[in-house]
Design a protein around this ligand. Structure first.
Ligand code: NAP
Length: 243
């Protein structure tokens, strides 16, 4: 059976992506770091709708945890493989660069960039043989395209993910694997709850923050058979804020 793995599937955009992939018929592996309660809510929501989901806890920035979690998943699923990977887990630690601590810099890079590298490298081993095919979607950001003040760490990590998406897309296209990135603008989730929506939405042509479901709809398209000829792309979902 072909599974979908969503890193950071417990909350926000990741949860909406898990739900949409389940509705497409994929059994979904919901990764989370520490919020078991939120991950269980995602799982229950999928099951209520008749889908199938499993929880898989690991910290995407920790190679040892990733290897051990995926080893045990593979041992209990000898006939299955993960054909859809959404690298969604991410964090913000905003600060102006001259005040930024080593920890603020490294935590953001480790989660977004190293997380992408460790998880993707591991799963490609199973997508590539015998041209089984696969879909990889990387959740980048407007910040990685435009750069946002106070987010040099986050902008650097998201820009790096976009570069890696374009390079990897060319490496694996002959094996039937597509690799794309999405670049959301301001989306209403826990990550943005400390921001002033009233001030920020004045800058957004559509006049509001986006919803996680509006982001998930683009992932649904990129994972669908209709998107087989799209790879190495970055799709903006930002209400017209930046293109
Ligand atoms: P969120 O509501 O804060 O959720 C973050 C998710 O990432 C949670 O599921 C969290 O797990 C998980 N996570 C964080 N660090 C992790 C780690 N080291 N290992 C595994 N999982 C980890 O954030 P969101 O707004 O949905 O953001 C999702 C993605 O979209 C991120 O990559 C973010 O950068 C990107 N994005 C968001 C916006 C926006 O406006 N919200 C805009 C552009 C891009 P726990 O629940 O266990 O903590």
């Amino acid at each position: 059976m072909k599974y979908a793995l969503v890193t950071g599937g417990s909350r926000g955009i990741g949860r909406a992506i898990c739900i949409v992939l389940s509705k497409m018929g994929f059994p979904v592996i919901i990764n989370y770091q520490s919020n078991l309660e939120a991950a269980e809510i995602t799982k229950r929501q999928i099951e209520v709708d008749g889908g199938k989901a499993e929880l898989l806890q690991f910290d995407v920035s920790d190679k040892v945890q990733i290897e051990s979690a995926l080893d045990s998943w593979e041992n209990t699923h000898p006939d299955d493989y993960i054909s859809v990977l959404v690298n969604n887990a991410g964090i913000r630690r905003d600060n102006v660069l001259f005040m930024m601590s080593d920890d603020e810099w490294h935590k953001v890079l480790d989660t977004t960039l190293n997380g992408f590298f460790y998880v993707t490298r591991r799963l490609l081993k199973h997508m590539m043989p015998r041209k089984r095919g696969g879909r990889i979607v990387n959740v980048a950001s407007l910040s990685g395209l435009k750069g946002l003040p106070g987010q040099a760490n986050y902008s650097a990590a998201k820009a790096a993910i976009i570069g890696a998406t374009k390079a990897l897309a060319q490496e694996v296209a002959p094996r039937g694997v597509t690799v794309n990135a999405i670049a959301p603008g301001f989306i209403e989730t826990d990550m943005t709850k400390d921001l002033s929506q009233d001030e920020l939405k004045k800058m957004i042509p559509v006049g509001r923050f986006g919803t996680p479901e509006e982001v998930a709809a683009v992932v649904k398209f990129l994972v669908s058979p209709e998107a087989a000829y799209i790879t190495g792309e970055v799709i903006n979902i930002n209400g017209g804020l930046y293109t």
